[in-house]
Design a protein around this ligand. Structure first.
Ligand code: HEM
Length: 486
């Protein structure tokens, strides 16, 4: 009654809840996409719910994606939300522990290192890592067997990303101490740390120790490279060692170290969750797995030569696997922003006050039948424009897209799209191309090496675990593998 009588008519409707602090935290946390869909059916695209005592306003659909992700710097802030969680993990003076203008420069340094020629050198590195992993991993002994695939994909992701982006010195240290240290560091990313990040709890102590030790590993490597005056490959660390901020200051070593941590952490969860979903989807659809194999044989020849970046461009179905998996299983289900000044919502009577947090959930429009026919079907061939299931996206009209420079390179101006697995606006992902190269290479290599199927031979796909900040398959997520001839 209180919520009805004292509701400010300028504020969106508030989801009913019994307890003021808990609000809808539990129903949201159990299954965010279902929570969004059910409340959209009742309240429309804009509504407010209580998340850990905070009024959180969701704005769904392309217009909502645009409103939040392309919000002006004076209106919305990512750092106000994320810094408590990320600064103890990444370290000081990078990403959200600095003014936004500095983050834009840091993103630019990292993005310009991700060039075509860098990707050309990464594909063979990634392909070799994948092949060696399966040859050595005890989970894949024999001709066929069953494995909990997310565990394998987490390892493959960290080996391939560290080797290609950070160089062989760092990659080799993952066989020694770095894997355990990164695991401890990762504990800092649990959702509970939004409130308990400061507490002297055992996992926070391990997080802080890991952060200091990993930073030192990177700083020692930087010093060794400086002393040698060269690097044995084109990687981001080498590029950052030669980068200078606009004010003339060279990027300090501790910032390079912290950016290396941020890059690996940002990419690890999203790419490893996505590659796990890809394998689970393929296990449920052996027909697509076979079509992928045939695609490689036809495009590259029956002897399947070592993969190159140019080869990946000849494999449209292999590319569509990534797109379609990110449509239904995007690892980031909610993007949050603090509201810095009251924000009128165009075309409505609402004004979002500074006491609210804004939440964007682009995954909801990516499974909306208005844009994707039969949205719940995982059907990679829909990305072929002649498919009856082809997406109805504004961007498929063939018009030239307008671009805007946020400081780290040109980005599509319109966040007004139903399909944004890599976000939009000033905080848009800089790792999209790398993730595509990495995921396409991993998929193509697995297709060469294995036939996959569900253990019970069905076409079912396991549910999603929303307990951590990045959603991923519930474990154990076992699949049956059988080696092709190798
Ligand atoms: C930002 C998704 C892989 C580095 C983002 C955002 C999304 C996203 C949705 C926007 C976050 C926000 O607006 O708050 C993904 C997905 C990936 C992926 C789905 C893989 C499938 C990577 C990789 C890297 C990376 C491999 C590094 C090489 C970053 C960075 C940001 C970012 C630095 C910018 C954060 C900011 O400006 O606030 N990513 N990402 N991502 N991502 Fe990714």
């Amino acid at each position: 009654l209180q919520q009805v009588l004292f509701r400010n008519s300028e504020e969106p409707p508030v989801i009913f809840h019994w307890f003021p602090l808990i609000g809808s935290t539990v129903t949201y946390g159990m299954d965010p996409p279902r929570f969004f869909r059910e409340n959209r059916a009742k309240h429309g695209d804009i509504f407010t719910f209580i998340l850990l005592g905070k009024k959180t306003t969701v704005y769904l659909g392309p217009a909502g994606n645009e409103f939040i992700l392309n919000g002006k710097l004076k209106d919305v802030s990512a750092e106000d939300i994320y810094t408590v969680l990320t600064t103890p993990v990444f370290g000081k003076d990078v990403v959200y522990d600095c003014p936004n203008s500095k983050l834009m420069e840091q993103k630019k340094f990292m993005k310009v290192a991700l060039t075509t020629s860098a990707f050309q050198s990464y594909v063979p590195i990634i392909a070799d890592e994948v092949s060696n992993y399966f040859k050595k991993c005890p989970d894949f002994k024999g001709k066929s067997g069953v494995s909990n695939i997310p565990k394998n994909m987490a390892e493959i992701t960290i080996f391939t990303a560290s080797h290609s982006l950070q160089g062989s010195e760092i990659r080799n240290k993952f066989d020694e101490s770095l894997a355990d240290l990164y695991h401890d560091l990762d504990m800092g990313f649990s959702a509970i740390n939004f409130t308990l990040h400061w507490a002297p709890l055992p996992w926070n102590n391990r997080r802080d120790h890991a952060q200091r030790t990993i930073s030192k590993v990177y700083m020692d490597t930087i010093k060794e490279r400086r002393a040698a005056g060269k690097s044995d490959q084109q990687d981001i660390m080498w590029h950052l060692m030669n980068s200078t901020y606009k004010n003339g200051v060279k990027v300090p070593d501790h910032e390079i170290a912290h950016m290396m941590i941020a890059l690996l952490m940002a990419g690890q969860h999203s790419s490893s969750s996505t590659s796990s979903w890809i394998m689970l989807r393929l296990a449920a659809r052996p027909d697509i797995m076979e079509a992928l194999y045939r695609e490689q044989v036809e495009a590259l020849g029956a002897d399947l030569p070592p993969l190159t970046l140019e080869d990946l461009a000849k494999l449209p179905l292999n590319q569509a696997i990534i797109k379609e998996t990110l449509r239904l299983n995007a690892p980031i289900h909610s993007i949050l922003r603090a509201v810095k000044s009251p924000m009128p919502v165009p075309g409505t009577k609402y004004v979002i006050p500074t006491s609210h947090v804004l939440l964007s959930a682009a995954g909801v429009s990516a499974s909306d039948p208005a844009f994707f026919p039969q949205p719940d079907e995982w059907e990679p061939t829909r990305w072929n424009k002649d498919s009856p299931l082809a997406p109805r996206l504004a961007t498929t009209t063939g018009e030239e897209e307008e671009k805007i420079d946020y400081g780290y390179g040109l980005v599509s101006k319109g966040a007004n799209s139903p399909y944004l697995p890599f976000g939009a606006g000033r905080h848009r992902c800089i790792g999209e191309q790398f993730a595509n190269v990495q995921l396409q290479t991993i998929t193509a290599m697995v297709v060469r090496m294995f036939n996959l199927r569900n253990v019970d031979g069905s076409d079912k796909v396991i549910g999603t675990d929303y307990a951590s900040l990045f959603s991923r398959p519930l474990e154990p997520a076992n699949i049956h593998w059988e080696k092709r001839d190798w």
